[in-house]
Write a protein of this length. Structure first.
Length: 95
């Protein structure tokens, strides 16, 4: 069973009560998966990308359920978790 953890980004960037289940770093972008509804004051539902150096969010994405796993292969970001419907995670990876 995956245990949630609370890195500093959870208390400084995500909404109160947020849970992070997986993190992935690629080329200066931090991808987060878990249970949350805001990142940096912007609406984000359970999945987000964050560039700590600039504070920007390079894509708009959302999931209708908990995101528990992230995997990046080339330009595709694969997401696993308890989403209720296949194809409901929206958003694109940007450089």
């Amino acid at each position: 069973m995956t245990r949630p953890f609370s890195p500093p980004i959870v208390t400084t960037v995500l909404n109160s009560g947020a849970i992070v289940y997986d993190l992935l770093v690629d080329n200066g972008t931090l991808y987060l998966g878990g249970t949350f509804n805001t990142v940096g004051g912007q609406a984000r539902s359970n999945i987000a990308a964050w560039r700590p150096a600039t504070g920007t969010q390079p894509f708009l994405a959302s999931s209708n359920g908990q995101v528990r796993a992230l995997h990046l292969q080339g330009s595709l970001l694969y997401v696993g978790g308890t989403v209720a419907t296949r194809g409901v995670v929206t958003g694109v990876k940007s450089n």
